[in-house]
Design a protein around this ligand. Structure first.
Ligand code: NDP
Length: 334
C-alpha cells in the first residue's frame, strides 16, 4: 500500500499544528513551543516526530492528562543543578525555560545538569542537545517511555524505546549529533511502517506470540527488541535509571501504570547534561575535533551523524505530508 502525500510549506505545517493544539485547549505559549518542535521535525525529515504526533498531543489535551496552560518552574538546586517541574505540560516549553539556565551554568562551571519532572515528551531529542551545542557546549540527554522493548533474552516488554541524544559543538558549523532509540527501531517508525504496509528487518521485534517477524503491524502489537543485542539492552537499562530515579521520576513501567491510556504522551522525566570542552580540557580543542572529522569523512561510505537532517534543513521549500494525516489534523476540534 502506498500513501498519498500533499505539499505543505513550513508555515502551513506550523499553523496546522498550532491550530489543532489551540483548538483543543493549549495556550499560546505551549501551542507555539510544540508547533515549533513539530515543524522543525518536518523540516529536518524527522517525520515520525512531526505532524504524525499531533493527534497524540491532542488526545492528551482532550483527556486533561496534559495541562495545555502549564508553566514550567525551574528550581536552582545548586549552582550547577536545576530541577524543572513541568507541571504536567508538554516537554518543549520545559526546554525553553530550562535550557537557558543549564547553558549559563555550564559556561560558568564547566558542567551542569537539568532534571525535568512531570513532563510529557513526545518528540525527537535532538532539539535539546542541538540547542546546547549551538552555545558551544556538549549536550547529552535521555528519556524513557512505556514498556515496548524486551530486555535481551526475554520476550516481555520492560524498557521504553528509550532514546538518547548526544551533540558536540563545532564553532560556525552544524554540531555532530546523534539521536537514537535504543530499540532496534523507534516506535513511531514501526507505526508508520504498519500504516503504510512496509515490512521491517528481521530482528526488529517479536509478534504477540514471541516469534521473530518482519511484519511491522505484528511487532506494533508485540514487542520490540533492543538494538545490538545485549549491548543495546544495557544502554536501555542505563536510560531507565538516568531518566527515572536519577531525576526523581518513573521507570517506563511506572509511567505506564499511572497513565490514563489515552494514546497521548505519558508523564515522565528527562535527564539533560551540558558540558564545556573549553573548561574541562583547559584549552580550545575545536581544531583537534575538525582534524578528527577530516579523517572520519575520508573513509569511504562514512557520514557524520546529524548530516542528513542538517542537509534537509537547507531546503526551505514545502514538505510532502501524508494527505490523510493533514485531513485528520484539520478536523481536530475545528
Ligand atoms: P535512526 O536510527 O534513524 O538514527 C540514529 C542516529 O544515527 C541519528 O542521529 C542519525 O543521524 C544517525 N545515523 C543514521 N545513519 C547514519 C550513518 N550511516 N552514519 C552516521 N550516522 C548515522 O534513529 P531512531 O530511529 O533510533 O530514532 C528516531 C527518533 O525517535 C529519534 O529522534 C529519537 O529521539 C526519537 N524517539 C523519541 C522517543 C520519545 O519518547 N520521545 C522514543 C523513541 C525514539 P541523521 O539524523 O543525520 O540521520
Amino acid at each position: 500500500m502506498t500513501s498519498t502525500t500533499s505539499e505543505l510549506s513550513l508555515d502551513e505545517i506550523f499553523n496546522l499544528a498550532k491550530a489543532a493544539l489551540i483548538n483543543n485547549g493549549a495556550n499560546e505559549e505551549n501551542a507555539d513551543a510544540v508547533a515549533t518542535t513539530v515543524t522543525n521535525a518536518e523540516r529536518d525529515g524527522s517525520v515520525s516526530h512531526g505532524l504524525f504526533r499531533i493527534p497524540g498531543y491532542v488526545k492528551a489535551l482532550k483527556s486533561n492528562k496534559v495541562d495545555g496552560s502549564a508553566k514550567p518552574e525551574i528550581e536552582e538546586v545548586t549552582p550547577t543543578i536545576f530541577r524543572c517541574d513541568a507541571h504536567n505540560g508538554f516537554a518543549p516549553l520545559a526546554h525553553k525555560y530550562g535550557l537557558e539556565k543549564l547553558i549559563q551554568a555550564a559556561h560558568t562551571f564547566g558542567i551542569a545538569g537539568l532534571a525535568i519532572q512531570r513532563c510529557h515528551h513526545f518528540a525527537a531529542l535532538w532539539p535539546e542537545v542541538e540547542a546546547i551545542s549551538d552555545e558551544g557546549l556538549v549536550g547529552l540527554t535521555s528519556v524513557s517511555y512505556t514498556p515496548a522493548v524486551a530486555p535481551s533474552g526475554g520476550t516481555t516488554a520492560l524498557y521504553g524505546t528509550n532514546p538518547m541524544a548526544f551533540s558536540w559543538p563545532r564553532p560556525g558549523k552544524n554540531p555532530i549529533v546523534f539521536d537514537m532509540a535504543t530499540a532496534s527501531m523507534a516506535k513511531g517508525e514501526i507505526q508508520i511502517a504498519a500504516r503504510d504496509g512496509h515490512s521491517v528487518p528481521l530482528g526488529t521485534g517479536l509478534s504477540p506470540s514471541g516469534e521473530l517477524t518482519t511484519d511491522a503491524a505484528e511487532i506494533d502489537k508485540g514487542v520490540l527488541l533492543p538494538f545490538g543485542g545485549h549491548k543495546g539492552s544495557v544502554i536501555a537499562l542505563m536510560i531507565e535509571l538516568l531518566s527515572g530515579p536519577l531525576v526523581g521520576e518513573t521507570f517506563s513501567y511506572e509511567s505506564k501504570e499511572r497513565d490514563n491510556g489515552d494514546g497521548g504522551p505519558v508523564q515522565g522525566g528527562q535527564f539533560i547534561l551540558a558540558m564545556s570542552p573549553k573548561i574541562l580540557s583547559g584549552k580550545d580543542t575545536s581544531s583537534q575535533t575538525e582534524d578528527f572529522l577530516e579523517k572520519y569523512k575520508s573513509i569511504d561510505g562514512v557520514r557524520v551523524p546529524g548530516a542528513r537532517r542538517h542537509n534537509n534543513r537547507k531546503d526551505t521549500g514545502p514538505r510532502q505530508v501524508n494527505t490523510a494525516l493533514i485531513e485528520t489534523i484539520s478536523n481536530l476540534g475545528s
